[in-house]
Design a protein around this ligand. Structure first.
Ligand code: MIG
Length: 788
């Protein structure tokens, strides 16, 4: 481990005694305790406490409690050399002397084993760590929010949330920890598949994926138990499904949040906000959201409006709503320290003891946008409730969603603008209710997570009929339950456009589907060509938002000239046409944890070429994007895994029997896109905003596989309320079959929700490049048609 060179390791040695428990084994070695818990046939939890006492489960825990999982059967075999637990999927062997854990599948294939021959090693400095063997052909993915390419073998990463303030450099491929910590990764080997590993520890922790090239990887934390879950695949989808059963999934967002969002630091005063909205509509650039950055506030006081810049927020928001816009406003956690100022948020929080105090009991202060500020302790349930309720002012004025920034938290030792250093809340500062005895060291990584939880829960309380939209910069494992996440302050650099693919795919593999990066880049200047390429890809980000920094040139889609504006329109229109598909993918995530934006290996891991492929992505299972991310390039190679693929633009089909690389023309207005044979994509009409009108015309784009078959599905509900949780939704499955030279298309709907009446346009793409289209004037839910 690389926290400190002073750390040495000791080995656990022999097991002295053990007891069988309801879900597994409790073992003792000297004073140390080790427990092995069978969570499901494919999920094993390993906990190790060097001093023998396991930490109590925390009230804010990001994972499901052991007893909340259904009962599971396993057998225990007590051999002279080893104890062996066998589940329906796995064998967990615990060697007695020295203690070594080996997990294999039922065929005997070893999946993971200790990395040191002397067995389980533990950090001797109060921290915990362990080492695992690293097969030469194993690759590692996920790790939450990271820069660089897909595969993290050979890298080492800390988990400690921070705002990387040296922006460009800190966002480069060598960057270490950023705003989010998700101590989860997936290990994958060609032909064998793999497993996920979640380190369930909120302290500062790290993964060292064999930086020293010694043939093992290690992970550990500065304090707390060594507590990890092994999640068996073998395929990526099963691993992500298991991990999101453990850490939770993203509930359906309001459908409008999947529309394009337009942001800048900052749009103000009111006239500028209205002008941006007007431009979007006049230029027919589809968009749902205008985002207000920090300058809408009065002196950066959270939950206030600057009444000079925004004399009547409610009127402005109503006017925007009439044009179909939803307003999202930023909220930072730092509350202006204003003992004399008559500032209600500060006064209430201080009188209730809601702000974090230093170990000596004095209130902790540091500088952020409002000047000297104090920081709510979101670990306390009462603080979360209070903070959540504060959003009433914003909701009352018509704000629809909340953007949580600076919540690592980012704090400076000096006023902004004066050179200073980043200030961390002291590790020993107490947090949470006294009985939990938590401190900042244990809860630092949860600051943004718990702020987002507070916001999410507050919005549900204040507006029980509307799903919240919360966006956050910082988070921890499980953040997907409460918020969408953007990757912070990138730059208008080609490298950052490229990196967005593996970065967002890594988040999806880490359980977080609703992700995006600032389209066009936040810092730096950029160029028309870069913006064009960026919006081509960004129009497909699950969270699709254009944003730019104060002091940089304007970066809206129309500032780059007519050609780029037309490209922006083309791709934003395509996003809006694809909303039925995109929304269905979010529903799929809520069912099985699958990412929306997927690396190719998610479905094609058995094809080893995909294991390093970072520059092509899948939107769902059916649609593959191969963007251009270098200046001057008008072609690119595209890797097509074995199967059938259709060029989205030309209809040309490819049937590689093994993976094949093609050279694809990609003029400036073209993002190479391919649809996998066997797919039916549901598309709607172009709209200027997501709820402009009901889906009155549904287009089914059918791309048959080699047998002439294809499948697709469409999930629908009211897009806004929680009625879907009471069953008010419907799922329509479409199946295309070829029988004796004839092609039939069938629709079957389940669920009581009734979509608006509509016509159906059927477009059957054939392998010879031809297209057969027909129309169905009434969509009755269940139907069957022959495609002539
Ligand atoms: O100190 O609110 O990442 O998106 O525009 C900078 C101003 C604070 C950082 C966010 C960025 C936002 C900016 N914020």
């Amino acid at each position: 481990m690389f926290f400190s060179s002073e750390i040495s390791y000791k080995y656990l040695g022999a097991i002295d005694s053990f007891e069988q428990e309801e879900r597994g084994l409790l073992l003792k070695s000297g004073k140390a305790a080790l427990s092995i818990t069978v969570i499901t046939a494919g999920i094993i939890r390993v906990k190790f406490a060097p001093e023998g006492d396991f930490r109590p489960r925390r009230s804010w825990a990001v994972t499901r409690a052991d007893q909340d999982w259904p009962a599971v059967s396993f057998s225990l075999d007590e051999g002279p050399e080893a104890l062996v637990i066998t589940t329906e999927k796995l064998k967990v062997q615990v060697q007695r002397d020295p203690c070594r854990l080996t997990i294999s599948d039922l065929s005997g294939q070893i999946l993971v084993e200790e990395g040191l021959k002397d067995g389980l090693a533990v950090n001797s400095k109060g921290g915990v760590a362990c080492f695992k063997a690293m097969p030469a052909d194993e690759n590692y993915y996920g790790f939450g929010e990271r820069t660089s390419l897909l595969n993290k073998r050979g890298r080492r990463y800390r988990n400690w949330n921070r705002d990387p303030v040296d922006t460009n450099l800190d966002h480069g491929p060598g960057a270490d920890n950023l705003y989010q910590s998700i101590p989860f990764f997936m290990a994958l080997r060609p032909n064998i598949g793999g497993y996920g590993l979640f380190l369930n520890n909120t302290y500062r922790s790290a993964f060292d994926m064999d930086w020293m090239q010694e043939g093992h990887y290690s992970f550990g934390a500065e304090s707390g138990d060594l507590d990890y879950y092994f999640l068996y695949g073998p395929e990526p989808a099963t691993i992500v499904q298991a991990y999101t059963e453990l850490s939770g999934r993203t509930p359906l967002p309001p459908r409008w949040a999947l529309g394009y969002q337009q942001c800048r630091w900052s749009y103000y005063p009111e006239s500028q906000v209205l002008d941006i909205a007007r431009q979007l509509r006049q230029r027919r650039l589809p968009a749902d959201t205008i985002v207000l950055d920090i300058d809408y506030m009065d002196g950066y006081r959270v939950f206030s409006w600057d009444r000079t810049r925004f004399p009547d927020p409610k009127e402005m928001n109503t006017e925007l709503a009439q044009q179909g816009f939803k307003v999202v406003a930023i909220i930072d956690p730092g509350v202006k320290f204003e003992p004399e100022g008559n500032y209600k948020v500060f006064e209430e929080g201080q009188s209730q003891n809601y702000f974090i105090c230093k170990p000596d009991g004095e209130i902790f202060t540091g500088y952020v946008w409002p000047g000297l500020s104090v920081f709510p302790d979101f670990v306390k349930p009462a603080v979360r409730e209070w903070w959540g309720n504060l959003h009433k002012v914003l909701l009352d004025s018509g704000v629809r969603g909340i953007w949580n920034d600076m919540n690592e938290p980012a704090i400076s030792s000096t006023p902004f603008g004066v050179a200073g250093i980043h200030l961390d809340i002291p590790n020993e500062a107490k947090q949470g209710n006294p009985e939990e005895q938590a401190n900042h060291a244990e809860t630092h990584n949860l600051y943004g997570y718990l702020e987002s939880r507070s916001t999410y829960e507050g919005l549900v309380r204040l507006r029980p009929d509307e799903r919240p939209f919360v966006l956050t910069r910082s988070g921890f494992a499980g953040i997907q339950r409460y918020a969408a996440v953007w990757m912070g302050d990138n730059s208008s650099l080609w490298e950052h456009l490229e990196m967005s693919m593996p970065q967002l795919c890594g988040m999806g593999l880490s359980g977080v589907p609703f992700v995006g990066v600032d389209i066009g880049g936040f810092w730096e200047s950029g160029s028309a060509e870069l913006f064009a390429r960026w919006i081509e890809l960004g129009a497909f980000y699950p969270f699709s938002r254009g944003h730019s920094a104060e002091g940089t040139p304007q970066k809206e889609p129309w500032v780059w000239g007519e050609a780029v504006e037309a490209i922006s329109r083309k791709y934003l229109e395509l996003r809006y046409r694809l909303l039925p598909y995109l929304y269905t993918l979010f529903w799929e995530h809520s069912q099985n944890g699958s990412p929306v934006f997927r690396s190719l290996f998610y479905h094609f891991w058995e094809d080893a070429t995909t294991l390093e492929l970072h520059d092509q992505v899948l939107l769902g299972e059916g649609l593959m994007l191969a963007p251009v991310y270098r200046p001057g390039m008008r072609h690119r190679t595209v890797y097509l895994p074995a199967g059938e693929w259709y060029d989205w633009w030309s209809g040309q089909s490819y049937q590689p029997s093994q993976g094949q690389t093609i050279l694809q023309a990609a003029p400036l207005d073209s993002l190479p896109m391919f649809v996998r044979g066997g797919t039916i994509l549901p598309l709607g009409p172009v709209m200027q905003y997501s709820d402009e009108k009901p889906l009155d015309r549904l287009t089914l784009e059918i791309f048959p596989d080699a047998h002439g078959w294809a499948n697709g599905q469409l999930y629908e509900d009211d897009g806004l309320s929680f009625a879907y949780q009471q069953g008010q939704s419907c799922l329509t499955r479409y199946g295309c079959r070829q029988v004796e030279g004839k092609t039939y298309l069938q629709a079957r709907r389940i669920g009581p929700f009734e979509p608006a009446s509509r016509t159906i346009e059927i477009r059957l793409h054939l392998p010879d490049g031809s297209l057969k289209s027909s129309e169905l004037t009434v969509d009755s839910g269940d139907w069957e048609a022959e495609i002539a």
